[in-house]
Every structure is written in structure tokens, then in C-alpha cells.
Design a protein around this ligand. Structure first.
Ligand code: SF4
Length: 408
């Protein structure tokens, strides 16, 4: 039986897909990347925005037209969204199955700790999922539920298994990794990172997106002491207006955020810091947006992920009706995307001419690697091993912000 898995959304979804695909492969299913070849197509969906849900529906139509005889299973967050279910349920060839019920459906076990790196250059290890902060725009707490952490002993065992396969970079993922709490010892993320640091092997770890809560001076100092930790932090800001942050139920101010960024940059000068920003949150005025622009320009962050506000039924922001017009939201997003491009360019320029270790993320088609501080480097005329780390010379910054390098 041939199965195609398509993933939308966040790194937690990618970690889940990786685990499902590995479990399927170990249980005799054949994984394919061609819809016309698949008996079953699994779409691991995302519900964070309308756009993500629309993309899922478009995928269903596309896959069905490419292969009308294959069965399509939708799993992931959208399956738990009432409005999505209503829209998709009447399609006869589509089945909706929550992620945790897939092993039962396919009669497979996904408990084997060796099963979570399929087809990845950098395995994603999930340490927790769920969140109970209820930011006013966010549907995630309703879909992923309260935070649930994976036992520290299981995480360490998974990392050890992964290292035995020869991988050199591991990405630690979760909905809100700062909420990690070992169910057995009640120890926190820093204790987990300390235990990972003490694994006596040559590898590095990267943290996925991290909420600013808990990033005190003392905790940033702890982070700066971990030698295996990549100097790359993605910390969502969402708005540069304190009034909007309050409306979003984000429990920090722009000044708190600035202190976090400055503290990281002073303790880890090579650190690349990225952030998320939402444009068009209800009640966001021109003045609020101007504050966001000015704040971001003054902040030593290196790139932005820009999201347009998407009202999600069930969240408290869904009921606030004064949303800027779609054209205004689009214009604001474009301004931020340009700022992000320039900031990234400024950061990249500093490293042209230097040698840095890069983990190979693709070794066919466009060959590329990633530095510890999140610079993607393109290589030509070489055949490095995917997932291994090579020293590289960063030669040239192209107009589109890609960096050309050569392996040393
Ligand atoms: S911290 Fe806020 S934005 Fe992040 S998952 Fe939790 S509710 Fe959503």
C-alpha cells in the first residue's frame, strides 16, 4: 500500500508527520511523494489561519484530480475545527481522523523511539504540545489543548537514537517550548537542555519558536552557556504597539521585548533573532502600525515572519469587528516584508567572507546548508551528505538575499 503525506503549518505538524511516516514505513507501507502513485494520501492540516484551511481544501481538490481513486485522509488541527469539518465533511472520498487516532486506523505503533527522522536532514524532536495562554487571536489552545510534555527520559532516548543514525543537528519543537515540564521530575526546559548538552557526542541543537515569557536575564544567561545550542532564536513579537499587545492578551510590553532582544545580542553576539508580526489585528490603527514599524526598525532583530490577521471562530478577537480593510492589511504586510528583507540583508553582509559550519539540508536539486545562526547557504558542483555538518566559506550575497558558498 503506497502512502503520500503532505504537511501544512508549524514544526509540530512536521514532527508529527515525520513520526507517522516513519511508523508507516516500518510497518510495511511504501511512502511516495507522487499523488498519482498513492493509494492513500494523508494531509496533515493547519488551522491557524483561513489561508491554511483554504490551502488544505485546494490540496484535496488537486490530489483528487491527479488520482481520483486514492483515499484522502485529513489529520492535524483542522480536523478539530468545527467550521472546517462542516465545509469538508460532505466530500465522500475524504476522511477526517485526529492525529492521535492514526496509529489505530493503520494498525501501527508509533511508540518506537527510532521512528521520527524519516526523510529529514535535521530531525524534529517534539518535547511538548498545547498551550494555555489564550492569546486573543490564537486558535491553538482550543485545538491542541493544555500543555502536555514528553518525559525527559524519552526525549533523551530519542536524541540518542537519532545521533546513532548520523544526524548532526536536532531541532527541538513544541507549541510553546518554554512551558516544557518533565511529567516525572517536574523539571523545566533548562534542565532538559542541560541534559541534552551533557550527551557526550558531537552535534548541535536548535530551538524552534520560543515565546518571550520566561526569557528573563537569568534564563538568557543559562541559554548562552549551552555550547551545543545554535545561535538562532525565533521569538514572536506580534505588534510594536503596547495597546495592541494588550488587546492580543500578550502579557509583555514592547520594552520587555526589547530588553530580551538586547540581552540575547549582548550575551550571544552572533545570534540571529527572528520574530513574528501580525498586521491588521482588530482595532490596529495607522498610529499603532506606525509604532510597530518604528519599534521593529529600532530593534536588532534580523528577519520577520509577517502574518495577516485571520479571524478564528472561538477566539476572543473573533468578536472584535473593527478590522482594517483587506487592502490596508496587505499594504501593512508589504511594508513589513520589505523591512524584513533589508534587516536580513544587513545581517547577511556581516558574514560574507567568513567560514562557518553548515548542516546540509538538501543535496539534490539546489544544494544547500544552514549555519548555526540561520544563514542558508547555496552550494554548487558538490555532493555533500544530507544531515552532516561541513565547514563552508560564505562567498557572495545575491540580490535575492541568497548566499553562495563553497565547501572547504
Ligand atoms: S502563546 Fe499565544 S500565540 Fe502561542 S500558541 Fe499559546 S495562545 Fe497561541
Amino acid at each position: 500500500m503506497k502512502v503520500l503525506i503532505e504537511t501544512l503549518g508549524c514544526k509540530v505538524n512536521y514532527a508529527d508527520s515525520s513520526q507517522i511516516s516513519s511508523a508507516l514505513a516500518e510497518n510495511g507501507y511504501i511512502l511516495t511523494d507522487r499523488a498519482d502513485d498513492a493509494d492513500i494520501i494523508i494531509i496533515n492540516s493547519c488551522s491557524v489561519t483561513h489561508r491554511a484551511e483554504r490551502e488544505c481544501r485546494q490540496l484535496v481538490r488537486r490530489f483528487h484530480s491527479q488520482n481520483p481513486s486514492s483515499k484522502i485522509i485529513i489529520t492535524g488541527c483542522s480536523v478539530l475545527s468545527e467550521s472546517f469539518r462542516k465545509r469538508i465533511q460532505e466530500i465522500p472520498f475524504v476522511e477526517l481522523i485526529p492525529t492521535n487516532e492514526l496509529p489505530l486506523k493503520f494498525k501501527i505503533s508509533n511508540k518506537d523511539p527510532s521512528t521520527f527522522y524519516y526523510n529529514r536532514s535535521r530531525p524534529f524532536i517534539k518535547i511538548q504540545e498545547g498551550c494555555d495562554r489564550f492569546c486573543s487571536y490564537c486558535i491553538v489552545p482550543f485545538l491542541r489543548g493544555h500543555p502536555k510534555s514528553i518525559k525527559k527520559s524519552d526525549i533523551i532516548s530519542r536524541i540518542n537514537q537519532t545521533l546513532k543514525k548520523g544526524f548532526k543537528e536536532i531541532v527541538i519543537v513544541g507549541t510553546h517550548i518554554m512551558l516544557y515540564e518533565d511529567p516525572e521530575t517536574k523539571s523545566d526546559i533548562f534542565s532538559l537542555l542541560n541534559d541534552i548538552e551533557n550527551i557526550d557526542q558531537d552535534f548541535r541543537i536548535r530551538l524552534s519558536s520560543m515565546e518571550p515569557y520566561g526569557l528573563s536575564k537569568q534564563n538568557i544567561q543559562l541559554l548562552s552557556n549551552f555550547k551545543k545550542l545554535c545561535a538562532h532564536f525565533h521569538i514572536p513579537l506580534q505588534s510594536g504597539s503596547d495597546r495592541v499587545l494588550k488587546e492580543m492578551n500578550r502579557e509583555y510590553t514592547t520594552s520587555d521585548f526589547k530588553n530580551i532582544v538586547l540581552e540575547i545580542k549582548s550575551r550571544i553576539p552572533e545570534a540571529t533573532i527572528g520574530t513574528d508580526v501580525i498586521t491588521g489585528f482588530p482595532t490596529e490603527t495607522v498610529e499603532d502600525f506606525d509604532k510597530t514599524v518604528k519599534f521593529i526598525q529600532s530593534l536588532p532583530v534580523d528577519y520577520l515572519h509577517v502574518f495577516r490577521f485571520s479571524p478564528r471562530e472561538g477566539t476572543s478577537a473573533f468578536h472584535i469587528k473593527s478590522i482594517p480593510s483587506q487592502i490596508e492589511i496587505k499594504n501593512r504586510a508589504e511594508i513589513l516584508i520589505k523591512i524584513s528583507f533589508m534587516k536580513r540583508r544587513e545581517m547577511l553582509r556581516k558574514y560574507i567572507g567568513s567560514n562557518m559550519d553548515t548542516v546540509i539540508i538538501s543535496n539534490s536539486g539546489i544544494i544547500s546548508g544552514l549555519t548555526h545562526n540561520y544563514i542558508k547557504v547555496i552550494f554548487q558542483n558538490c555532493k555533500p551528505q544530507k544531515g552532516w555538518i561541513y565547514n563552508a566559506h560564505l562567498m557572495k550575497l545575491n540580490h535575492d538575499n541568497t548566499v553562495l558558498g563553497e565547501l572547504l
